[in-house]
Design a protein around this ligand. Structure first.
Ligand SMILES: [Zn+2]
Length: 1038
């Protein structure tokens, strides 16, 4: 590799033979490889048990979707303004196992190469919006370059090709030619065997390994894999013996997808889109009915509608695999983590039915006598309907008299369709007083706005900005559907070294301030008039918000306290006997003498040492206790930070990250350039739907159980997940372990029950149920894996692991586990093929690109160039992410705009995140949910620049052009601004638009998001990573 111009940089600085520069970073393949469990004993690669050949059960979850539409009994209310009728399964929903699902379920069935390609594209999650864009496949490239020193038998001699990874720089301008285009255009299947024939064995590709080249078909595609596309090498060399590879014309160097490991990419010549069946296309407007056990849902990046027919929507729960291994041995053998990512308050699109609310009155929800699972579709009624058997613990309980109902000839209750808790995957129960603190119904929650009025925030204009915004924003507090006003109360505090509380009782003509300077023993100096109903006190609150910026206009105070501010919020909620949320707007490290005082402990010298973990660990003591207090009171903390230097984010964010809160950070905040960005965040945050004072419990059927939990949560014991609040974007990732054998026949069930207080102060239980298949066949397990969920789990477990061990160890574990999972598939599931071929399970074919991207993220990359606070911030924000957000974070969308069809409504299809997809005359948008860039190629056509900026050329763009697009009245300007605002609308966070010109200084910021390329701060390119992983796999297999 060194001859290919690979510049080794930390952490890959110790060049090794073979793959240059890798060992240092990934760790020399340890004699005893570490797998899976951080800190756990290393495990070897296990041989598979003797062939188990049972076929997996495919029985539905026990509820035929009979289209009976009947009215729920009066105890059933519906959330939202939907009609009272229980939507019957629509005619559009396909019956069991129908072809439209086959796309998820029948991965093993032979698919034509184009289908494989389509699968691949969709799995790449690039073409999200139902367009079938013909994308070039990576060709499966010959593998000999791995075989050091001499090529294996039958392999042709290859000319070592120059500079695979850097091909782009040589040939950047020429748009890549699509081999697919070539292939199809020439009508010649590649290699003759591979493309034409059906994939063999459904799993592995292509025909007889041809001299090791196995030209294979679509790369990583379909079932089989091609090989780590070591770019240039294979393609730039002369045609190889035995390859029969009719390449029309000289292979374009930069363009061959092999050079980038590749998948998608913009083809030069468009194919007839209809000639390429695309999974994505088929999913457009697709209805996903949750009537089958273990059904793999559509990818997070696709557009689909969910119909709840007995299992929770994938918007609420996604799993790493939908077919659990029957035994712990099998789980250990494959090392595929078993986990669910649960987003209990996920937003549902308007066309999906909100959850029904079931009210059993004083008796409360019906629960299993033994394990306390809630009534759900998996309970089996017996004995003429008088008793039921729990599907979680098998205990038989009496049916309460009021709940009795006869069974039909199939043994199903005749009121099946009238009761959401019998027919739906997700629903709510109204909780009784037993579920309330002190057996008292809760008070409505409260929001307290706590503004740091120290010198920095006054001077920057932030205080005025917040106060002005609150005046309009408070009108938009979350409210129950149909309610006239929000029940949420509001209160106001300002602070620097001391705290100022405000009495804003509606009867007052002027707000009153009370100062508390005894910050060691925080108390709330007033009860009546502090937390008020906004509608009643609007005039006084307006008055206050107008006055605050002036009151502190001349302040010289630069020191602040922080922990006492949170403590004050907790005390206020305690006094008011309510739960709620604190919105804290803070700018600097709290250095004033007070509990929770922090000092600068940033030390870049610790990076890449065994002590690096201390940079991520919060300072113990005060903040730990504070988290506990907050959770006990149901006090969630949202923190808006405006730092100009290090402020020990790891410690300051400790409370938010244990209370279901969010942390927002605006470095070197300036109202002119960051004001709108911050306000968008504040507006989104304040209006999010959420629940307060929540406890979540995940119950499972016998044989496995939840063992570990990741999220912005607090755990007092091993089972109860406590969250002071949980909003629609927060997810908890739950890991499962076996404690017995699972049965293929009965499958596995999980029930997530979330007890919480609604925004109007009602105590509720939100129940999500999911049934999974169990299998004794590894191939079935791999087939049902979901890469996006897997990577969510890996990200969270790695980000937690770096609190306790060196970052390098964690990276090693990630690589080793990746290799192990893939080697196990290769060994046990794939058809025999040349060892030189990298064969990936279809469901995980893009797993390596995500894994490589994860290892290059700021927390894991171990670079002294990154700010410690930024690394800590990213670590914490990912910990609470759902699958959709972690996917986007690890593989940003790169959207070409120069050829955008202004008449088309949808956002254009993204291309691969690699420098070589850019072109000098192109315009690209890049976004990952946290950042958004508009990149302008240096040869951008003047008419485009004119249309977007009203400037004659790039050189005319001034600084003020770099953060916003002017509102110009032409189709392109409108289209681009619409795309940007749609993306901003869609994401949980605001993103600050940054406009960068090619070769500008700022371009470096942009380039770090091109995750397929070599990392700016270290970290391999996707292709190099694949090569490395492939080598690891081969070592495991020998
Ligand atoms: Zn039970």
């Amino acid at each position: 590799m060194s001859q290919q111009g690979y510049v080794a940089a930390p952490p890959y600085s110790q060049a090794q033979p073979g793959i240059g520069g890798y060992q240092g970073g990934f760790g020399a393949p340890p004699a005893q490889p570490l797998y899976g469990h951080y800190g756990g004993p290393p495990q070897g690669f296990n041989a598979p048990p003797a062939g188990v050949m049972k076929s997996p059960p495919t029985s539905p979850a026990g509820m035929p979707p009979s289209p009976v539409s009947s009215q729920y009994n009066p105890s059933v209310q519906q959330n939202g303004a939907h009609p009272q009728r229980y939507a019957s399964p629509s005619a559009a929903s396909p019956p069991y196992g129908q072809p439209s699902h086959s796309v998820y379920n029948n991965m093993a069935s032979p698919a034509p190469p184009t289908q494989q390609l389509a699968n691949q594209m969709s799995a790449m999650n690039l073409g999200s919006y139902g367009k079938s864009q013909p994308l070039p496949p990576t060709s499966s490239v010959a593998q000999q370059h791995f075989q050091t020193p001499a090529p294996a038998m039958g392999q042709p001699q290859m000319h070592p090709a120059p500079q695979a990874p850097h091909m782009a720089s040589q040939n950047q301008m020429s748009p890549p030619q699509s081999p697919l285009t070539n292939m199809l255009a020439s009508g010649q299947p590649m290699g003759g065997q591979s493309m034409a024939g059906p994939p063999m064995g459904g799993q592995s590709m292509a025909g007889p390994p041809m001299g090791g080249q196995s030209m294979a078909g679509p790369p990583m595609g379909g079932q089989s894999m091609a090989g780590p596309p070591m770019g240039g090498q294979s393609m730039t060399g002369p045609p190889m013996a035995g390859m029969n590879m009719p390449f029309p014309g000289p292979p374009p160097s930069g363009g061959f997808p092999g050079t980038s490991g590749g998948l998608a990419g913009p083809p030069q010549k468009k194919l007839d889109p209809d000639s390429i069946p695309s999974t994505v296309t088929r999913l457009g407007g697709h209805v996903f009915s949750t009537n089958m056990r273990g059904q793999v849902p559509p990818l997070v990046t696709t557009d689909f509608t969910v119909q709840d027919q007995g299992n929770a929507s994938p918007r609420f729960i996604r799993c790493t695999t939908y077919s659990l291994p029957c035994t712990a041995e099998l789980a250990k053998q494959c090392q595929v983590p078993l986990a669910s990512v649960i987003k209990p308050f996920a937003k549902l699109p308007k066309n999906e039915t909100p959850l029904y609310v079931v009210n059993h009155g004083e008796t409360g929800p019906i629960r299993c006598n033994r394990c306390k699972a809630y009534m759900c579709p998996y309970m089996q009624f017996i004995d003429g309907g008088r008793r039921y058997q729990c599907s979680f613990c098998n205990c038989v309980s009496e049916v309460p008299v009021f709940y009795f109902q006869h069974l039909d000839h199939m043994g199903r209750r005749v009121d099946f369709y009238e009761r959401p808790e019998l027919s739906q995957g997700s629903y709510e129960f109204v909780a009784t007083l037993d579920y309330c603190k002190n057996n008292k119904p809760p008070n409505p929650p409260a929001y307290i706005f706590m503004i740091d009025v120290s010198y920095t925030n006054i001077k920057s204009g932030l205080v005025k900005l917040v106060c002005d915004e609150l005046k309009s924003l408070l009108e938009k507090l979350p409210r129950e559907d149909g309610a006239e006003a929000s029940a949420i109360k509001v209160g106001f505090v300002t602070y620097n070294k001391v705290l100022h509380f405000y009495n804003v009782k509606s009867a007052l003509a002027q707000p009153q301030m009370m100062v508390v300077s005894d910050i060691a023993e925080m108390f709330v100096p007033l009860l009546d008039g502090f937390l008020v109903n906004y509608q009643d006190s609007r005039a006084v609150i307006y008055n206050l918000l107008d006055q605050i910026p002036d009151m502190f206009a001349d302040t010289n105070e630069s020191e602040t306290v922080f922990a006492p501010v949170i403590q004050a919020g907790v005390e206020a909620f305690k006094a008011a006997e309510c739960s709620g949320k604190l919105f804290i707007f803070h700018s600097s490290m709290p250095t004033a003498e007070a509990p929770g005082k922090l000092k600068n402990r940033d030390d870049k010298k610790l990076v890449n040492t065994d002590k690096e973990k201390t940079l991520f660990q919060p300072q113990k003591g005060v903040y730990e206790q504070l988290s506990k207090d907050c959770v006990a009171q149901g006090c969630c903390v949202d923190l808006f930070l405006f730092p100009s230097q290090y402020l020990d984010l790891a410690s300051m964010a400790d409370v938010p990250s244990h209370t279901g809160g969010s942390v927002y950070k605006y470095n070197n905040f300036q109202v002119a350039t960051d004001g709108e960005h911050f306000l968008r965040d504040l507006r989104k945050d304040l209006q999010k739907s959420l629940g307060f004072d929540a406890v979540m419990r995940v119950r499972t059927s016998t044989g496995f159980r939840a063992t570990d939990f990741f999220g912005a949560i607090y755990m007092n014991n091993t089972t109860d997940v406590e969250m002071a609040a949980v909003d629609c974007d927060k997810a908890v990732t739950v890991e499962f372990k076996h404690d017995d054998t699972l049965s293929e026949e009965s499958g596995a069930f999980m029930q997530c029950a979330l007890l919480y207080t609604t925004i109007s102060g009602q105590r509720r239980l939100r129940i999500h149920n999911l049934s999974l298949n169990c299998t004794s066949q590894l191939s079935e397990l791999y087939k049902c894996c979901e890469t996006d969920s897997l990577i969510n789990f890996f990200a969270k477990s790695a980000y937690r692991a770096i609190l306790n061990q060196p970052v390098k160890n964690v990276r090693d574990i990630l690589v080793n586990q990746t290799a192990h999972m893939l080697a196990c598939y290769r060994k046990n599931c794939a058809s025999p093929s040349a060892a030189s071929q990298l064969i990936l399970p279809d469901s995980m074919k893009v797993f390596p690109v995500y894994m490589n991207s994860l290892m290059k993220t700021a927390p894991l990359v171990g670079s002294t160039e990154l700010s410690t606070d930024d690394r800590a911030h990213q670590r914490l924000s990912v910990m609470a992410m759902g699958v959709e957000d972690s996917q986007l974070q690890l593989y940003p969308r790169l959207i070409p705009l120069h050829n955008v069809d202004v008449s088309r409504e949808a956002v254009p299809d993204p291309v691969r995140c690699s420098e070589e997809r850019l072109s000098d005359s192109g315009l690209f948008l890049l976004e990952n949910g946290h950042s958004i860039f508009l990149w302008l190629g240096q040869a951008s056509p003047p008419d485009l620049i004119q249309s977007l900026f009203n400037a004659p050329s790039l050189a005319h763009l001034q600084q003020e052009h770099m953060f916003t697009l002017p509102e110009l009245d032409n189709p392109l300007s409108k289209k681009v601004r619409t795309i940007i605002s749609e993306l901003l609308e869609k994401r949980p966070n605001s993103m600050k638009l940054q406009i960068v010109r090619q070769r500008d200084k700022l371009e470096m910021l942009f380039r770090q998001f091109l995750v397929e390329d070599k990392g700016l701060h270290g970290g391999a390119s996707y292709m190099d990573f694949l090569c490395y992983v492939h080598r690891e796999i081969r070592q495991l297999l020998t």
